[in-house]
Design a protein around this ligand. Sequence first.
Ligand SMILES: Nc1ncnc2c1ncn2[C@@H]1O[C@H](COP(=O)(O)OP(=O)(O)OP(=O)(O)O)[C@@H](O)[C@H]1O
Length: 664
Amino acid sequence: MSDAPSPPRPPTTHPGGQVSMVETDEPLRIVLLEDVATDAELIQAELAREGFDFKVRQVTSRDGFELALQAETPDLILTDYNLPAFDGPEALEMALEMHPDVPVVFVSGAIGEERAIETLKQGATDYVLKDRLSRLGPAVRRALREAAERNARKRAEEALRDAKDALEQKVEARTADLSEANERLKAEVEERKRAEQALRARETELSGIINSAIDAIISIDERLTVHRWNPAAERAFGVPATEAHDTDITPLLSPALEAIVRSYIDENPPGTDTRDEGRYVSASDEVHGIRRDGSAFCVEATLSQIHAPESSSEGRYLLILRDVHEVKQAEDRLQQLQSERVYLREEIESEYNFKEIVGASPPIQSIFDAIDQVADTETTVLVCGETGTGKELVARALHDRSRRSEETLVKVNCAALPAHLIESELFGHEKGAFTGATKQRIGRFELADGGTLFLDEIGELPMETQSKLLRALQEQEFERVGGEETVHVDTRIIAATNRELEEEVERGSFRQDLYYRLNIFPICLPPLRDRGDDVQLLADHFVETFSGRTGTEITGIDPGARAMLQRYDWPGNVRELANIIERAVILARGETIRAEHLSIQARTSGTSRFPTMEEAQCRHIIDALERTGGVVGGAQGAAAMLDLPRTTLLSQMDRLGIDPSDYR
Ligand SMILES: Nc1ncnc2c1ncn2[C@@H]1O[C@H](COP(=O)(O)OP(=O)(O)OP(=O)(O)O)[C@@H](O)[C@H]1O
């Protein structure tokens, strides 16, 4: 190894090449393996001559070479080829193993071309013959340049590799980030899917509830446009949801209901979060839904605001309608039934309610025939006859024998009500129709719907009501007083009169057209005085009826009394007979009814015989006893009144069968 000061390093650029040979300004560190000192000097001299700035560490043996290479990494290795105990190829192998990037240049004597090629193949950078040292400078320069290039390439490659590694790491990190984000996204998507499924399930459940509701559930906006229309709404209005959606609901609401809905929306405009409790609208005569066919049905309604999400600026309102039409009908029917019940109770409580018409005389037999002919038809029947002849009884018989017998026979006595009330009585009235009409009331016509209406004393009907009655008879429809709704009924009419209607028509107090309409099938009852033995049949019938009712056991009517009954002209007809027998049953007290029990005035029909002296006596004594309250003797007694001795009167009373106690 030579410690001689090194000649200055050559410049980094050289006319022979543009490549920098070393990267620093430090002297070039050269390990020179040369055992011949002169050769070593020559080599260094040549390097110096070539202008290299270098520092040579010269070694001569294998160990020295190894130590030098271990001590530091040189910039260049120059080695001889033929060394004692250590030849060039071995040195090259060691150098390449320890410092593969350091160029190795052989500086040697001639070794033959083949070996020279072999060394180059083995990894040497160049080969310079000692006898041609002038090549050393260029060879070293080239070796250094190539090494520098190699190193630069290597560094570049390393840098590239590092960059690639960094990139790969980055990509890996990014991929990891992405896959993490992807996983998160997947989880979010899953979560959203679950939420959507839950939402769908809830929507399905909600729809199920809304769709299976029996009430019409409708959602509308503030312009009353429909947004939701459930099947119950479809059924109630007869409008399918597809047609109802996005259309105006107002044609389906009665004016009153529409007004209520509008006022609710005005009070709760969209966007105001009033959270009010909604409004309940009870069923009334004005609150209706209107079906597609124009018919109305009563509803009960609730109105509320739907509190939609904040984003929705449109107002939504929920309208729930319950069709109470059937309930209302049931209520009306109930009202009708209650009225019927009251009416029937009145009827039951009425004094006489005989089902049977008693009579066997030819005139009454023809009445029976007429009843049989017309009863089971829908024909209007006009029953005429004097008062008390049994017109109502005939009306009942007609009803009982008709197919309407299960329904009610409703009676109106046209003479019993003042003219201004009769119309309302017949046709009913609406609430507020007149002073005192505080609620709706159905009339007798409606009450008799399905049954029979018996218009007694039809001749008393005021003219203004007659025309309405005519329409009701012809069309079976009318309007309640103060109402617009047309009421349809199925009512059979039986009218009765004790007036000569024909004469009333002539006088102008009864409408002719109504008379003709009523007189389709007249049944005229004969007066009792023309019914012959029916008087006896009826008297027996009433004795049985009243004795049963008063609890007395009347054994019969004696011949005198029968003769008296037969002679009487019965202006009050059967009703009068019933009254007289009722009184006689009380007077006779469990015995036979005798003439004196009959409170018959002396008036008899023109065809009847004149009363005998005995009958006149009997009547006269009874009159006196009635006045004195059954007292016979004394100043106030009947004997004094008749100007007879008391004993005379008593014996006459005994003879005539008069008991004074009957008159106390
Ligand atoms: N043929 C009869 N058999 C049994 N009872 C009869 C008969 N005819 C009438 N009556 C009885 O006589 C009474 C009067 O009859 P009803 O009321 O039917 O007569 P009317 O002709 O309708 O009388 P008015 O014209 O005064 O209304 C009733 O109690 C009825 O039951």
